[in-house]
Design a protein around this ligand. Structure first.
Ligand code: NAD
Ligand code: ZN
Length: 359
């Protein structure tokens, strides 16, 4: 393996309030004959006629409303792909408009339009062999960094794991802070804390380097400015948070996440706990690993009167605990980044069990 990771980035980025209005112009050169552009849109927007009318539909283009009740599954991705193939044969591109769930779905379906088989076959690292169709990501809630990452996280029959590859990165992203205006305060906080936690885990990890540090420090400061320094939420907060998400994603691209993510993956797999809130539930109890980060997090929670669920593992069976522990300890790079090469002697099954019992 090469000593230094040569990582693929998003090809085009447009930023600015109102930049969504430029979408028609941006997509025009990507249209292939009469093959349609398919717009995957978060279900929140399904009744927002004013917004839907701004989507630049041409010819056979189609809006597909994406149900985000559950995080994306391989079965759902395969079905969307099958439906598009049955209806259109081929498409010019897939545009994901929504949060991490919709953006990841768009990435996955774009890849599956050209790669044979099931998305299950590609959960892992560098298994995707050919480029997908054109794909663009347009976040409407900020924090995951899915707009810049080289993965799309999917829950499959045996594991929750992304399709990590150079082909997974978007060709284009449109960062328009205006689109995030309507996110409810609780959800905004949970997803934003995904970004804050990416920064803390990256900055306190053993994989840290100046590349990751530069982005991570800036993203963390932006999160603190909006959640600790400001007293009312305004347009500037959305602008900063959109950039925090981008920079936080860039920070982990060249390092790794840590304890909160490793533990939260176990919760997601066994209990279906969503990524943003799951990270908050775990991070709230990680003072031993990230004392400064957790102290700031608790201040943000208090200032914004956010409820962090407690006692969610109460009453789980022995089997469920064992399964969570196995899923979590399977995330080796995360643990190595967090605790160093000897992580296995530090994070024993017993120690992790005690942590899960506190959640
Ligand atoms: P989400 O996409 O699940 O959306 C959360 C909620 O916000 C939904 O109810 C949605 O309808 C609502 N919403 C979105 N935009 C809105 C708006 N403008 N106004 C009102 N409501 C709005 O949440 P998320 O936290 O952005 O994404 C979580 C997903 O991202 C998980 O599936 C996780 O695995 C994935 N993820 C991916 C990466 C990556 O690198 N690919 C990184 C982190 C997380
Ligand atoms: Zn995350």
């Amino acid at each position: 393996m090469a000593q230094f990771r040569n990582f693929r980035m998003v090809n085009y980025v447009v930023y600015g309030r109102g930049s969504f209005n430029q979408l028609d112009e941006i997509l025009a050169p990507q249209r292939k004959g009469d093959a349609p552009m398919i717009f995957f849109v978060d279900e929140y927007f399904q009744d927002q006629q004013e917004f839907l009318s701004r989507i630049p539909l041409r010819g056979k283009d189609k809006i597909v409303i994406i149900d985000v009740t559950y995080e994306p599954k391989t079965s759902g991705v395969d079905k969307l792909r099958d439906d598009l193939k049955a209806e259109f044969g081929t498409v010019s591109g897939i545009i994901g408009i929504g949060g991490g769930s919709v953006m990841d779905t768009a990435k996955a379906v774009a890849l599956m339009m050209t790669n044979p088989g099931s998305s299950v076959d590609y959960q892992g690292w560098d298994l995707v062999k050919v480029p997908g169709v054109y794909k663009a990501g347009i976040p409407t809630i900020a924090g995951t960094g899915a707009e810049v990452s080289r993965t799309c996280v999917l829950t499959g029959p045996t594991r929750k794991l992304g399709m990590n590859s150079d082909f997974t990165t978007f060709d284009q992203i449109v960062l328009d802070p205006e689109l995030c205006k309507t996110v409810p305060a609780n959800q905004r906080f949970y997803t934003a804390m995904d970004c804050f936690i990416h920064c803390v885990e990256s900055l306190n990890g053993t994989y840290l380097n100046a590349f990751s540090q530069s982005y991570g420090e800036k993203a963390q400061v932006l999160c603190e400015e909006v959640f600790l320094d400001k007293d009312v939420w305004d347009d500037e907060c959305d602008e900063k948070l959109v950039m925090a998400s981008y920079a936080g994603g860039m920070s982990i691209a060249y390092s790794q996440v840590g304890v909160a993510h490793a533990v939260s993956y176990g919760l997601a797999y066994v209990l279906g706990t969503k990524h943003g809130i799951g990270n908050c539930i775990v991070f709230d109890k990680l003072e031993e690993y990230y004392p400064e980060g957790v102290e700031k997090f608790k201040r943000m929670v208090e200032k914004h009167k956010i409820e962090i669920p407690q006692g969610i593992t109460k009453g789980l069976t022995e089997e469920q605990f064992e399964s969570m522990i196995s899923v979590s300890l399977g995330m080796k790079p995360l643990w190595e980044n967090a605790l160093g090469k000897d992580w296995e002697s530090i994070m024993t099954r017993e120690k992790l069990r005690a942590l899960y019992e506190r959640l």
